[in-house]
Ligand binder design. Sequence first.
Ligand code: AMP
Ligand code: TRP
Length: 415
Amino acid sequence: MTHWSTLQRITRRSYAQSSGNITSSDSIKKQRRVVFSGIQPTGIPHLGNYLGAIQNWVALQHKLAGSPSLSADSVDSVQKILFSIVGLHAITMPQDPKVLKRERRESLACLLACGVGPGGSLEAAKPRATLFFQEEVPEHAELAWYFNTLTGVGKLQRMTTWKSKLAIAGDGDKCEHEEISKAEENLRLGLLAYPVLQAADILLYKASHVPVGEDQQQHLELSRDIADSFNHRFGKVFPLPQTMITPTKRVLSLTDPAQKMSKSAPNPSSRILITDTPEQIRKKIKGAVTDNDRSITYDPVERRGVSNLLSILGACHATTPTAGNFATSISQEDIHPDILAAELTRQGISGHAQLKGIVADAIIEKLAPIRAEYARLREDVPYLRQVAALGRDEARDAAARTMAEVRRKVGLDAI
Ligand code: AMP
Ligand code: TRP
């Protein structure tokens, strides 16, 4: 009998401790709670995006909907949650305009299908998330320019994402140190400045909390540095945003578990898209690289492939949390992978084929409603446009207020 339903009933261990640098609920109670996160419209989100980010965005929406209001009337007491599809980030790498346009629309439909944003009815009761296209709010690029004037080039050149793009774009060989490498010649200024634009995304809304996967930690540190530099130089405008690292912070590639699952990896079997059919999911999981040890144990250092499957299985079990304490808002009720491993072993599961069958079932069950909803929404372009316009107007409102303040502080307001 499958073990998946049994597993769903076994002891769960909360991941509360792994929610990034958020520590005590008391310290948070006194803060504004503005949540912001973004995703690039470069293809259908994969399971890493879903388990590492999107699923937690939905959880946060539920939390915010149920969290008690802070004191009523100051602007600072407003609780907001904003998610952006970041087209300006996407074009830091070459994109085909037709494909990009289609992918932007698909990204919106995907996020809605996952439960992010206003939900079925645009009139739905607030609070709910503002979902919008970054490029429809020109203040993002404007604030990024201000931040460009505060950010050291050296710091940007030391960012891991820049360095990994350099390694891919070039032949890997740096020329003599005074010369510019071939890779640097090929890459664009926008890519180097990518994290500055990300800081602008976050700080434009004075976000206090940013739920992301582990790969974004360094970008968030830069956002805090930039906020701090601005505040020191011009007076306090920005909060220092906190990273909310999600429990499933790093889903690994199915074909190379040394790498994270990624949209840009050349091998499509390395990732499961949230719109994949059950057959595709089964095939990709069947082909997932594991190891020669038939036993099922969780060891993310020595046994990455098997551990990745166990983490995915645990995260697929995560239920959308109900309203509660914000500080633990992304402490999902996942089943911890090492408990899962023990339970599977206890149930007599051995061998990776059986494990893969269970994992595939769990993913299929998780993604089935999303896939169906996506198929419906993708065709409903008028609705997608309505959602985008609503999100744009809400975001612009907040963005305009921050930019007016920034211009004034810097001395670039009306003479
Ligand atoms: P991107 O697709 O790069 O725009 O990423 C969107 C969100 O998904 C970010 O919060 C990332 O941290 C998260 N993310 C991307 N890949 C993974 C992964 N393999 N595991 C966990 N989270 C991920
Ligand atoms: N850089 C993020 C990524 O690649 C996407 C992103 C852009 C983002 N702006 C953001 C994430 C602001 C969080 C907050 O995944």
